[in-house]
Design a protein around this ligand. Structure first.
Ligand code: ADP
Ligand code: MG
Length: 331
């Protein structure tokens, strides 16, 4: 059995050959503080965030794109492997994506965690390469391609040619930063405290990277900081565009930096083909338009933006020979 795993900061996805994406759960683990016992993983654990009794703690082990806790990562991998395969009978081969910036120590730790979790073999692939493969960007040819993956905790921007990363950057700005910016804005402007889930909800429902001709509106519930009581306020997409200006600027700056470092021959390929955006953050309204405006290069959102990395890890394993030189530690 061959399994591709996207170990994302927000979501963990598993791709199985012939079946597609068979598991998609938040990368959250709930731990009991008393005895360090694992209480829940995935969706069940996420539901505990912000609502857990004192002795249960919900952890996002991949929070900033770095593995904060190896044992927890191993437990999470064990959980997903057991859910998709009868690991004890047939040990699967797994391909796991890792952020392009991780150290060799971290890479070894991810591989070890996968082996301990029951994998027969574990290979690693850098996230931008997996994203590109999964988004059907032809990475093996000599022509340059640019890929922007915007996840929950991190964004990765890379120029790829001949199956490898030529220029890349990884920043700790992703969807979570947008949520934080929205919560801060609403707190400052309306003295209203809102939760992380609410902030994310606002972003998805009415958020836009550019002002909309016909602004969207929604009601937001939170706790009034002065009266201390629940309160509901109306909010518009125009306000959200203003609220998320800083994280948007950070992404624009990083995209510009990568373009500036790109060798001219590859730049000219990218001008012709445009850049491809993947990850959940890519779905923010008009982010593609904004990037097109500020760079002058057409930006497209991949059709399977949320699944690109997972599909890419699976395809890299299926076509091991083709992508061998793109794998970490196999060059
Ligand atoms: P990761 O790879 O880090 O696990 P994902 O690629 O799964 O992250 O993306 C998760 C992020 O995408 C979250 O911050 C989530 O709020 C955001 N997201 C998902 N759907 C949308 C949407 N429609 N609009 C804006 N952001 C979205
Ligand atoms: Mg991701």
């Amino acid at each position: 059995m061959k399994i591709g795993i996207d170990l994302g900061t927000a979501n963990i996805l598993v791709y199985v050959k012939g079946k597609g994406v068979v598991l998609n759960e938040p990368s959250v683990v709930a731990i009991s503080e008393d005895d360090n016992r694992l209480v829940a993983v995935g969706e069940e654990a996420r539901e505990m965030i912000g609502r857990t009794p004192g002795n249960v703690r919900a952890i996002r082990p991949m929070r900033d794109g770095v593995i904060a806790d190896y044992l927890i990562t191993e437990a999470m991998l064990k959980y997903v492997l057991n859910k998709v395969a009868r690991v004890r009978l047939f040990k699967p081969e797994v391909m796991i994506s890792v952020p392009s910036g991780v150290t060799s120590v971290e890479k070894r730790a991810v591989r070890d965690a996968a082996l301990k979790a029951g994998a027969k073999d574990a290979y690693l692939i850098e996230e931008p390469l997996a994203a590109a493969i999964g988004a059907n960007v032809p990475i093996s040819g000599p022509s340059g391609n640019m890929i922007i993956d915007i996840g929950g905790g991190t964004s990765e921007i890379a120029v790829i040619a001949l199956g490898g990363i030529v220029v890349s950057t990884s920043l700790r700005v992703g969807g979570n930063r947008f949520d934080d910016a929205i919560a801060n804005y609403i707190r400052r402007k309306y003295n209203l405290m809102i939760g992380d889930r609410t902030a994310e909800d606002v972003k998805i429902q009415i958020g836009s990277a550019l002002p909309l001709d016909e602004p969207l509106k929604m009601e937001v519930k939170g706790r009034d900081m002065i009266a201390g009581l629940p309160r509901t306020i109306p909010i518009t997409s125009t306000e959200i565009t203003e609220a998320i200006e800083q994280p948007l600027q950070a992404i624009i700056t990083a995209v510009r930096t990568v373009l500036e470092q790109t060798p001219p021959e590859l730049s000219s390929d990218i001008i012709d083909k445009g850049m491809v955006m993947t990850g959940g953050g890519a779905l923010l309204r008009n982010l593609d338009k904004l990037l097109t405006q500020v760079t002058g290069i057409p930006c497209h959102v991949a059709e399977n933006a949320l699944n690109s990395v997972a599909v890419g890890t699976g395809m890299a394993l299926e076509h091991f020979g083709t992508y061998r030189k793109s794998l970490v530690g196999h060059s």
